[in-house]
Design a binder for this molecule. Structure first.
Ligand code: GLN
Length: 534
């Protein structure tokens, strides 16, 4: 067991989107399966302070941690793979780095010195990396550097890695992820882009210790030797990362390639432990051998970009595997839904999920989808905005408040069944100001929620400004809606359900953020089970 925290950096070269997040999470999984404590951090080179204000079309879903950080979606992968919560400290952007350096400058903390990229920005980056090690909780800290080597905006991060390599010596390794493109005309994998990207790292003074090479085909021994020779690494430190059928196969592929063994050796850790990947293999086995298949409709407005709902689609994979059922998601654009086409579009669907979201676009399609699910007894799960739409639909079509709406979509509505939180009214800044992170929720006896969770108090993560309007509580309950989950402190409605329906649940929070490979989320399990019964 290492006595000091070891630091592992993961950089990327050649192109973006090679899957640094999955490689980092897979390496972490392998180390964890040997009994080590590991955390993963993502450094993002953009200037936004966090991704909370970004459109999902930019970088996909915004993930939320227990402590209310709005983060990159890679943190979702880290939690899904490791089953260990991340926090604010696990995602840092250039914007945040500069923000804190400038705040210190304004307070006079630099004592009259000129504030510069080196050393002030790089010191701040190094502190943000080491802060995780200093908690004393982790034997390994894996830091994924966003972007691609050679980008102007990544330079301060690479420089921080160079300095840390010098300071930490044997307690630090650099894993560089590259691509070996395949030329079909000659039937060859090409190594030149990898050589160039390593040269680029070397120009910044960083010699990678391990190369993980993405490739469509097997990398022959000869080729590995060639890469090793040109890039100054040991041949066994050239790791093949073949395209996998699922991201969850990657830890097993990396195990075969002995990625963690090579890492441990480089870090001087004498390895005596062995892997326990039983639960993981069991999951993969169930995932690959489903006994059933169902189609669930995911109604949202960013469906062209599936990364916008990453945690939701992964939560279905976890729940589906447990239930030995392949859940096929049918992505349905809420703007495309009308009374005329909905029957055709929803044909064959065993369940309908209405996704989270912001703003008015596509809202009437979401409400229509919910009406259809309610009237046709189709299992329904509404998440955040999806729950709010279920409240609006019920108000309009069951209670009879025909102009009911959310204050977000129609500030002038005479029936704001979803209204802005009192504490939100005076807020003008957009970034980091929503109701964010984990809050308690008490569950009513005898409800679907109480049954699926199997306990009476839960913690779930939030990310919203608007809320069920308690002035309408009795109108809803008199008309039959069940308010099955309440925040015990603020008395906010967190879960709604309908009786006389096989499975109709709306939640103000985001259950998808807490679903992991070895612990699928109870609500997704319940929803999939109900859909399978249909
Ligand atoms: N737009 C809604 C709100 O702010 C719902 C947010 C969401 O779905 N995450 O309350």
């Amino acid at each position: 067991m290492p006595s000091k925290t070891k630091y592992i950096f993961v950089t990327g070269g050649v192109t973006s989107s090679l899957g640094k997040g999955i490689i980092s999470a897979s390496l972490a999984k392998l180390l964890q399966s040997r009994g080590y404590s590991v955390t993963i951090q993502k450094l993002d080179p953009y200037i936004n302070v966090d991704p909370g204000t970004l459109n999902p079309y930019e970088h996909g879903e915004c993930y939320v941690t227990d402590d209310g950080a709005e983060t990159d979606l890679d943190l979702g992968h880290y939690e899904r793979f490791l089953g260990v919560p991340t926090s604010q400290a696990n995602n840092v952007t250039t914007g945040r780095i500069y923000q804190s350096v400038i705040e210190k400058e304004r307070k006079g903390e630099f004592l009259g010195k000129t504030v510069q990229v080196i050393p002030h920005i790089t010191d701040e980056i190094k502190n943000r990396i080491k802060v995780l090690g200093k908690t004393g909780k982790y034997q390994f800290v894996i830091t994924e550097i966003g972007g691609t080597v050679g980008d102007i905006e990544s330079l301060p991060y690479i420089e921080a890695v160079r300095q840390l390599k010098w300071e930490l010596g044997h307690d630090c390794v650099v894993v560089h992820l590259t691509l070996l493109p395949y030329l079909s005309t000659t039937g060859e994998l090409k190594t030149k882009p990898t050589q160039h990207s390593v040269k680029m790292l070397l120009e910044s003074g960083v010699q990678p210790d391990i190369l993980v090479c993405r490739a469509e085909h097997k990398i022959a021994k000869e080729l590995k030797r060639k890469i090793a020779l040109f890039c100054n690494v040991a041949p066994e430190a050239v790791i093949e990362a073949r395209d996998a059928s699922s991201i969850y196969e990657v830890p097993l592929l990396m195990d075969k390639e002995k990625l963690d063994e090579v890492v441990l050796k480089k870090l001087g850790v004498n390895e005596t432990t062995s892997h326990n990947l039983d639960a993981w293999r069991e999951f993969i086995n169930r995932l690959n051998h489903p006994k059933n298949e169902i189609k669930i409709g995911l109604v949202g407005k960013y469906v062209e970009l599936k990364d916008s709902y990453k945690s939701i689609s992964e939560a279905f994979i976890h729940a589906g595997a447990q239930k030995e059922c392949k859940v096929k998601l049918e992505w349905i654009h809420s703007e495309s839904l009308t009374e005329e086409v909905i029957g055709e579009k929803f044909k064959g669907l065993k369940g309908i999920l209405v996704a989270p979201g912001f703003g008015n676009r596509g809202i009437e399609g979401k409400i229509l989808a919910i009406k259809y699910a309610r009237e046709n007894q189709i299992p329904f799960l509404g998440i955040c905005l999806g729950m709010q739409c279920a409240v609006i639909e019920f108000a309009r079509n069951v209670i009879g408040l025909s102009d009911a709406h959310s204050r977000e979509m129609n500030p002038a509505t005479s029936n704001p069944v979803i209204d802005i939180l009192e504490t939100q009214k005076s807020i003008v800044n957009m970034g980091g100001t929503m109701r964010l992170g984990a809050y308690a929720c008490r569950l009513e006896e005898g409800t679907i929620a109480r049954t699926v969770y199997g306990k009476s108090e839960i913690m779930e993560r939030h990310r919203h400004r608007y809320e069920f309007n308690n002035e309408y509580k009795s109108k809803f309950t008199n008309a039959g809606m069940i308010l099955s989950g309440m925040n015990p402190v603020a008395d906010l409605v967190e879960i709604i359900e309908l009786p006389n329906h096989p499975w109709f649940v709306g939640v103000q929070f985001h259950p998808e953020y807490k679903s992991t490979v070895t612990k699928p989320h109870p609500l997704f399990l319940g929803f999939v089970e109900a859909a399978m019964k249909r």
